[in-house]
Each structure stands twice: as C-alpha cells, then as structure tokens.
Design a protein around this ligand. Structure first.
Ligand code: G3P
Ligand code: CA
Length: 256
C-alpha cells in the first residue's frame, strides 16, 4: 500500500474537497490556496479535458451550475473555457478561471501538500488521459505526493499499470466488499468510499488487514468525523477542513 506523507504521521489526514469550497468557488486556485492557508494536509480536485486536449480542473461535465453556461466542458477549447467565469456561483466574489492541471501543479510543487486527482471519466471516457496525467505529474517529479482516483475501475487499473509506484484508489458509493475484492485483484493501494460505508460492519478493519488505505468522502458532519477518527480512517475528504482539523486536534489532545 502506498499512503500519502501525512497518513504516515498524523491520522486522519484532512483533505479539502475541491479546495476550501465553502469560502471560494470550488476547484479554483483561490480555493486551493485557501485550503493550504487553513492547514489542510491535502486537496482533492476533479480533472477533465478540453476539446483541444488541455487537462483542466472542474467537477461538472456540464458548466451550467459552475459557469452559468449550458455547454459541456469537453466540447470547449481551452481558450473558450478561459473566457468563462468559474466563480458564477459566487456572484459577490471576483471572477475566477478554471485552472489547468499545469497551473495547479506549478503552484502545488512548492507546497508540502498531497493532492488527490480524481479523473472524471465515468460520463465521458477521455481516452488515454491516464498517460497524460502521469506525464504532467512527472514533469514536476511529484509521484510521492499524488493520489489518483476514479469511479472508473478500468482507469485506475490502467494508471497502476503505467505507474506501479503511484498511489491509485478506486472510488465507489455502494458494494464495499466488491470494491475491496477489485482493489486486491488489481493491486490498488486504497479505496475511496462514500462515508456511509464506514458503518458497514467489519469493512474498514478488513481493508486494514489487507493493507488497503481508506479515504472517506465527503465527511462534513462532526458525528461522522469523530466516528471515522475512532475507526482509524486514513484520510477524511471534507468540504469543511477547518472543522475537521479542529476535531482532529481535540481528539489528539484528549489522547495525549
Ligand atoms: O473524490 C471524492 C469525491 O469527490 C467523489 O465525488 O462527486 O464530489 O467528485 P464527487
Ligand atoms: Ca471529486
């Protein structure tokens, strides 16, 4: 199992889901910088590809919610995408751009954060995106601080094949034991389950026995945060990293 740096020293690591998205438009450089300033251990982000082949950070396939334009990201060129306001949902804030992976990595390389790059290829497949992502990571020599995940098992298996030393995780919502069997069959490092799976009897301890890291999403309630900490979950992916860090600190203080 390949863990991330923080998981080896502090548990659980706290990852900001799409950056600090409570205060800034999600998946923008402002949200990522704010997550860093808050003291998060890592960032989770979503990756797609434009019509002319630029890897860009954005959650939704269709841009209506995020940019107020009813168009799919995959059908726009990088230049067309750059003209849209990624902060449409935050009308009181300055305009934001959708960052390219390159822009993100050039900033991230100078931090000590871990990043979980979720490849968003379940709706549109983005053929060969795995090798393009790997190329970008290798340009900055960042394999030890990157975790790749996807709801597409095929995609994470391909990434693990291309880069056996990269931490690769299968994302899922239901059927935890089916996911665990797949992780073991394909030699994956981790599972990223919806948080409800943490309540499935025996599941987390079974993962631990098999040396599979568990990173839960999206853990926003204090009750689930505390339950997950008691279970020894490796990472919590949360919309509210400040709250999760506070709860983790309280827990650590009580035990010391
Ligand atoms: O990576 C965990 C989580 O982000 C997966 O769901 O829809 O928020 O990308 P979603
Ligand atoms: Ca995601």
């Amino acid at each position: 199992m390949r863990t991330c740096n923080t998981e080896e020293t502090t548990k659980p690591a706290i990852f900001a889901h799409r950056g600090a998205r409570l205060e800034f438009p999600e998946n923008t450089m402002s949200a990522f910088r704010a997550a860093y300033d808050l003291g998060a251990d890592g960032i989770e982000l979503d990756l797609q590809r434009t019509a002319d082949g630029v890897l860009v950070i954005c959650h939704d396939e269709n841009l209506e919610r995020l940019a107020g334009v009813n168009v799919d990201l995959k059908d726009l060129t990088w230049r067309q995408l750059s003209e849209l306001n990624a902060g449409h949902a935050f009308p009181e804030s300055p305009e934001e751009r959708f960052p390219s992976l390159e822009e993100f990595l050039s900033w991230f390389a100078w931090t000590s954060l871990t990043v979980n790059i979720e490849i968003k290829n379940s709706v549109y497949p983005f053929p060969l995106i795995e090798s393009e992502v790997l190329y970008a990571i290798d340009q900055y020599k960042l394999r030890d601080r990157v975790i790749i995940s996807s709801f597409s098992l095929e995609s994470v298996v391909e990434m693990k094949h291309l880069a056996p030393d990269l931490s690769c995780a299968f994302l899922f919502k239901r059927h935890p034991y089916r996911a665990l069997n797949a992780a073991l069959e394909y030699g994956l490092d981790a599972l990223h389950p919806h948080y409800a799976n943490t309540f499935v009897p025996g599941f987390v301890s079974r993962c631990r026995r098999h040396n599979i890291a568990v990173r839960l999403w999206t853990v926003n309630s204090p009750r689930v945060t505390r339950f997950a900490i008691r279970q020894g979950i490796d990472t919590l992916i949360t919309d509210d990293p400040a709250q999760a860090l506070r709860i983790r600190d309280e827990w650590t203080m009580r035990r010391s």
